[in-house]
Design a protein around this ligand. Structure first.
Ligand SMILES: Nc1ncnc2c1ncn2[C@@H]1O[C@H](COP(=O)(O)OP(=O)(O)OP(=O)(O)O)[C@@H](O)[C@H]1O
Length: 331
């Protein structure tokens, strides 16, 4: 179990982690979600005693990291897959870790087998692909057979086979009763892996909920409408007591499953429809709604304004590219 209580980290004026209180429980996969810069890695570094909290406290099975006698036998972590010394062979890297942490050398073979790196055990880490490095990092995390495992963005840059492998590994570790804490900025990935969700934005706790509850609350079904007769349709909908909201690009959205009613209404008022479709909002959209006000770097979704070809020829391209990205540094 990992328990955070009022955990806070400031770097000068910047509050990277802001008063986080939550518990990561055994037997399930807990997803740790937040947009870029939300404070996930900083939180994980504080759990491992690599960064000191400005305020608050974090405990691993009731103790601070530095109080654990052989920490790798309590908590194993993958923070940065490329942090391995490139000149070291995979086997040697794990052996050094084992020897310096009081772990029997025989575990090296076992974990290499578990992560599927036995065939390349004598190869130097600098020749490893990102996927192989992730597997080596995970082997290091598993080395002490710990009850708690923590992975920082383990699927970043992996191919579908690697993603599937990590997903099933995390689930099987949790099924063995271990505590599994995994960070990601992809809600869609977490929906397939995690049983519980902790969402943060700009260092603050935004949600601490079961995945089932999150899906239940955020699976919105709505009707999407495109029409060249927008004003007439809005009047007709209004007259029938149906509320439509603009959803960008001239589209309208109506909550609930009223597609037939809207279609018949449009026909009665001779309104042309280009689209009338029932949609289900994705969990990724729900996550983006939840974290919208805490995202530090926004890319504009509409295309940049069109420029006559040749105008600002020398600087136009760079300028248009710069215009397309709006950076708002909040907080
Ligand atoms: N050593 C540091 N000095 C100053 N600021 C830092 C330092 N480490 C992190 N930060 C800032 O703290 C905030 C949180 O960073 P952190 O890396 O924990 O976020 P994250 O959620 O892991 O992001 P990502 O998904 O991009 O990895 C960011 O604004 C970052 O710039």
């Amino acid at each position: 179990m990992i328990e955070l209580s009022g955990l806070t980290k400031r770097y000068g004026e910047k509050v990277a982690v802001d008063d986080l209180t939550f518990t990561v429980r055994p037997g399930i996969v807990t997803g740790f979600l937040g947009p870029n810069g939300a404070g996930k890695s900083t939180t994980m570094r504080m759990i491992l005693g690599l960064d000191h909290p400005t305020a608050g406290d974090v405990r691993i099975d009731g103790r601070h990291y530095h109080e654990l006698a052989d920490p790798l036998t309590y908590i194993g972590a993958l923070l940065d897959a490329k942090a391995v010394h490139g000149g070291r062979r995979a086997h040697h890297h794990l052996l050094c870790l084992a020897q310096s942490n009081g772990i029997p050398a025989g575990r090296v073979h076992e974990v290499l087998e578990t992560v599927g790196l036995t065939a390349v055990a004598r190869k130097k880490a600098k020749g490893f692909s990102l996927g192989m490095s992730q597997r080596l990092g995970i082997a290091g995390a598993l080395l002490g057979d710990p009850r708690i495992l923590m992975f920082d963005e383990p699927v970043n840059g992996l191919d579908p086979e690697g993603i599937l492998w990590i997903r099933s590994l995390m689930k099987s570790l949790a099924a063995q009763g271990r505590t599994v804490f995994v960070s990601s900025h992809l809600m869609s990935e977490m929906a397939l892996t995690a049983d519980h969700l902790v969402v943060i934005g700009q260092g603050r706790l935004l949600a601490d909920t079961s995945m089932a509850d999150f899906i239940e609350r955020n699976s919105r079904s709505y009707v999407r409408i495109r029409t060249p007769d927008r004003e007439r349709l809005l009047d007709a909908l209004h007259g029938a007591g149906i509320t439509a909201v603009e959803s960008g690009g001239g589209q309208l959205e109506v909550d609930g499953g009223k597609a037939e009613q809207i279609g018949e209404l449009a026909a009665r008022h001779h309104v042309v429809l280009h689209e009338l479709s029932v949609r289900q909002s994705s969990l990724e959209e729900a996550f983006m709604r939840l974290t919208a006000s805490s995202v530090e770097y926004h890319a504009r979704t509409e295309p940049p304004p069109e420029r006559p070809w040749g105008a600002d020829r020398d600087t136009g391209t760079a300028k248009a590219a710069a215009d397309a990205v709006t950076t708002t540094a909040e907080g």
